[in-house]
Design a protein around this ligand. Structure first.
Ligand code: ADP
Ligand code: TYD
Length: 217
C-alpha cells in the first residue's frame, strides 16, 4: 500500500511545478510514484462545470459555496477507484489538490474557521459518505498570497488558456484562503500537515517514502 500525499496551496503557489520536481527526484531515488490532479478537467463533467461556473457560465451556480463544493467533491468521488488502484500499485501517490482545497476555499468563501460548519460538512461528505482515502500527509506550499497572485498573473499574461477565474481574481478571497489553509495545517486537519516550499518541500515528500533521502542535483 502506497502513501497518499496531498499537495495544497493557493492558485499560482507552484503546486504543479513542485509535483513535477518531486516526480523527477523520485525517479532518481527509485521510488515508484504516480500523480492525480483535481479538478480533473477534461475527464470529469463535474470538474468542467465547476471551471465553467468560475468563468461566468451556468447562471448563479458559482454564487453558492456549497454547490461548488459538491461539484469538486463529486469530481474526486469519480476518481476514488483510480486512486485506490494507484495506492495498491505505487509507493507514492501525489494529489495536486485534494479534499483540503474544498475545506479551505469553502471556509474562506463563507468566512468560517477550521472548526466551522462547512469544514465539518466537507469532511463528512468526502471522507464519510464518499469514503475517499484519507491522505497520509498534507503538504501546504508555504507561498503567501502576494507571491502566488503574482505568479498566477504572470501565467495568465503569457498563456491565453490560463485566464484567471473568479477565485483567482479575488485578492481578498486568496488572503482568506491562505488563512484557512494555515488554520487547517495548524489543527493537523484529518492527518499530519507540513508547510514548506522549494527544495525543502521536495525533500520532505521524498523522506516520507525513503527516510533519510536527500535531493540529487
Ligand atoms: N518557485 C518558483 N519560483 C518562481 N516561479 C514559479 C515557482 N514555482 C512555480 N512558478 C511559476 O508560477 C506559476 C504558477 O505555478 P504552477 O505550478 O502552475 O502553480 P499552481 O499549480 O499552484 O497553480 C507558473 O508560471 C510557474 O512557472
Ligand atoms: C480541487 C478544488 C479546487 N477548488 C478551487 C481552487 C481553485 O481556485 C479553483 C480551480 O482549481 P485549480 O486547481 O486552481 O485549477 P486551474 O488549473 O483552473 O487553476 O477551484 C475548490 O474550491 N475545491 C476543490 O476541491
Amino acid at each position: 500500500m502506497g502513501i497518499l500525499v496531498a499537495i495544497e496551496g493557493l492558485d499560482g503557489a507552484g503546486k504543479n511545478t513542485i509535483v513535477q520536481r518531486i516526480r523527477a527526484q523520485a525517479a532518481d531515488h527509485g521510488i515508484s510514484m504516480t500523480t492525480l490532479a483535481f479538478p480533473d478537467y477534461g475527464n470529469s463533467i463535474t470538474a468542467d462545470l465547476a471551471a465553467e461556473a468560475l468563468h461566468g457560465e451556468h447562471g448563479d451556480l458559482s454564487d453558492s459555496a456549497y454547490a461548488m463544493a459538491v461539484l469538486f467533491a463529486l469530481d474526486r468521488r469519480r476518481s476514488a477507484p483510480a486512486l485506490r488502484a494507484a495506492l495498491a500499485e505505487f509507493e507514492l501517490v501525489l494529489c495536486d489538490r485534494y479534499v483540503a482545497s474544498n475545506a479551505a476555499y469553502s471556509a474562506a468563501r463563507l468566512d468560517q474557521g477550521p472548526d466551522g460548519e462547512v469544514v465539518r460538512w466537507i469532511r463528512e461528505l468526502e471522507f464519510g459518505r464518499f469514503d475517499l482515502p484519507v491522505p497520509d500527509h498534507q503538504l501546504l506550499l508555504g507561498v503567501p498570497p502576494e507571491v502566488a497572485m503574482d505568479r498566477a498573473q504572470g501565467r495568465a499574461d503569457t498563456d491565453a488558456s490560463r485566464a484567471k477565474d473568479a477565485y483567482e481574481r479575488d485578492a481578498d478571497l486568496q488572503t482568506r484562503v491562505w488563512r484557512a489553509y494555515l488554520d487547517l495545517a495548524d489543527r493537523q486537519w484529518v492527518s499530519p500537515w507540513l508547510v514548506a516550499d522549494g527544495d525543502e518541500a521536495v525533500a520532505a515528500v521524498l523522506r516520507l517514502t525513503v527516510p533519510g533521502a536527500s535531493l540529487r542535483s
